[in-house]
Write a protein that binds this ligand. Sequence first.
Ligand code: NAP
Length: 248
Amino acid sequence: MLKGKVAIVTGAGSGIGRGIALRFAKEGADIVIPDLNLEGAQNTAKEIEALGRNSLVIKMDVSNSSDVDRMVTETINNFGKIDILVNNAGIFIQKPLLETTEADWDKVLDINLKGAFLCSKRVVKEMLKRGGGKIINLASVAGQVGFANSSAYCASKGGVINLTREMALELAPKNINVNAIGPGSIETPMTREMLADPAIKQMLLGVTPFGRIGQPEDIANAASFLASGESNFVNGITLFVDGGWLTQ
Ligand code: NAP
């Protein structure tokens, strides 16, 4: 249970982040929702308030350090502390290597990898003042194995997995756990277009031994564990929630 905790879930205006935010709120946490997508963030906030918890919407870009600083300042001004950070905001650009531009590469790496670094660095300063915390990074099966036509995405998520190990090592003596979740195929706005193509959907079902596409709730279950005291001796792992994809 997360009663009395304050959690920042970046990108919680949509998909997996929304699922994690609602799960944390059901467990008693107040939730900060930083997102580029203001309308989505406001909708998630309404759902959190309907659950009887407090929420704070912040329109921001995780790859912009002054936005990240403002996000933390507003969180502290409103809630006084940060117990949990979920670095969830991310983008996926699907293009063959030869069509991937330098701008595509920079955008994906800036949001998916630098964003996690910037948010963690700023939030850790606050966690240190209170003697600990929990950080959860959203990686992907595409950070562990290759996924065609996604060079920047694969590189960013591989980076997230090893950034998680590095931060776990460095922050363990400060009582901060850092872990990642590696989703397989999850039904969200990010994957809507891919899953609408019957051939791609069949391919994704074919690599998933459980034979179904995952839901944000599947990821929220893992996030709930990694945010709770139940995972106090778990550090630096990537918990793959992929229906068994990576067993092959
Ligand atoms: P999603 O539905 O597209 O939601 C991502 C949210 O993050 C959106 O609200 C998006 O806003 C926001 N966002 C994007 N760039 C941002 C930025 N620079 N600053 C702040 N917010 C930003 O995606 P999802 O499927 O829930 O994915 C969540 C995380 O899980 C991502 O890190 C993704 O890589 C990872 N993941 C997803 C899957 C999957 O199958 N869905 C699998 C493996 C890993 P906009 O809508 O305005 O862009």
